[in-house]
Design a protein around this ligand. Structure first.
Ligand SMILES: *Cc1c(COP(=O)(O)O)cnc(C)c1O
Length: 366
């Protein structure tokens, strides 16, 4: 029997593999595989979400006015230049969908975020992977990969799964080297985790440029991964084009209420940022102590750390060993990282526990 034929570029997409929550034998364990907030969600967001449950029969506001106004007030932005979507994943898809198609090229860096490949291929465009520089974004390599077919460049900063961060000056240099007709997407899913307060998450660049889109999410720092609220900021013509292909009601009433309440809870954000900074530093120091066993932590500015395994203990064996010990982390052979594990910074207890388990696995305490 024959059926409809999917487009060839759709069949070239390798399905996205999400982080797991249970072990092979179905045990529920500490989930350090999806970069979620270990402190949960702002209590104000929970309360706003619960209140919104009284309103299930109505469609949400397709214009997301409440969300846009809250974001504009918080970040000093023009609300008309804000796009929103079902997680920033949808916003990334809108960017590729509006600006790339068959015959075009979409650039991202080696070990870039997995969604860029899917978002590019979905449009029929060709993904082009620029080499990394020791796991980090390499501006010159991206610029060297540009051709007259390039339409979109995706840069996650900090990057997932490597956690690496390109300084604002490097991003400015990248932007200066790109033609105006190439959309530069700065994916700032982890902007709130960057050390120091002088990084604006690329907003100033988006404010003054005709070809920059900054994307943000409520899934990580704001602890609202379940509610799927992402957004982006860019020049009006970019946003206007993306709106044309946006699903009209992709963000929900309850999710919006939770997001707006979460935005106002600066205490929860400060607490999460402090927790993450403290334990990320501690975690990296502990991995450094296992350097002679071949372990290495890539410097991270996010809420996770990529650990490389070059000694007797392989990443695959560590992945299984951690699972047996009650910790699920992310092993990423499909992203060219068979020798690495991406480990989310969890609660204090989880972070201490995962290090203890790794020390046992390498025989450090024997
Ligand atoms: C988690 C993540 C996102 C998006 O998450 P949403 O939940 O869809 O908002 C986007 N980019 C990167 C690099 C991420 O790690």
């Amino acid at each position: 029997m024959t059926g409809p034929t999917p487009k060839p570029w759709i069949m070239e997409i390798a399905p996205y593999v999400p982080g797991r929550s249970t072990t092979d034998d179905g045990r529920k364990v500490a989930k350090l595989s999806s970069n979620e907030n270990p402190l949960g969600t702002s209590p104000h967001a929970r309360a706003a979400f619960a209140t919104a449950a009284t309103n299930l029969e109505r469609y949400p506001d397709a214009g997301a006015t409440e969300l846009r106004d809250a974001l504009a007030a918080k970040h000093g932005l023009d609300p008309a230049r804000i796009i929103y979507g079902n997680g920033s994943d949808e916003v990334l898809h809108l960017a590729a969908g509006a600006f790339a198609g068959p015959g075009d090229e979409v650039i991202y860096v080696n070990y870039g975020f997995a969604v860029y490949n899917i978002a590019a291929r979905r449009t029929g465009a060709t993904p082009v992977i620029a080499p990394d520089h020791d796991y980090a974004t390499h501006v010159d390599a991206i610029l060297a990969a540009v051709t007259d077919r390039t339409r979109v460049v995706f840069v996650a900063n900090p990057n997932n799964p490597t956690g690496t961060y390109a300084p604002r000056s490097e991003i400015e240099r990248l932007h200066a080297g790109l033609r105006d007709d190439i959309l530069l997407v700065l994916d700032h899913a982890y902007a709130e985790y960057i050390d120091g307060t002088n990084d604006d998450g690329g907003m100033a660049l988006a404010e003054r440029s005709s070809n920059v889109l900054v994307t943000r999410t409520f899934s990580k720092m704001y602890g609202l991964a379940a509610e799927r609220i992402g957004w982006g900021y860019g020049a009006a013509p970019i946003i206007e084009a993306m709106h044309r292909i946006r699903l009209p009601f992709s963000i929900t009433i309850a999710g919006t209420a939770a997001a707006v309440a979460a935005l106002g809870d600066t205490e929860f954000v400060a607490e999460t940022a402090a927790h993450n900074a403290k334990w990320r530093t501690w975690f990296a120091e502990e991995i450094a102590k296992l350097g002679n066993a071949g372990l290495r932590a890539i410097p991270s500015q996010a809420n996770f750390v990529l650990v490389l395994f070059k000694g007797q203990l392989t990443a695959e064996a560590a992945y299984q060993g951690l699972m047996d010990a009650g910790y699920i982390v992310r092993w990423l052979p499909g992203q060219g990282l068979p020798h690495g594990l991406r480990i989310t910074i969890g609660t204090a207890q989880e972070t201490i526990g995962v290090i203890a388990a790794l020390r046992t696995l390498v025989g450090a305490d024997a």
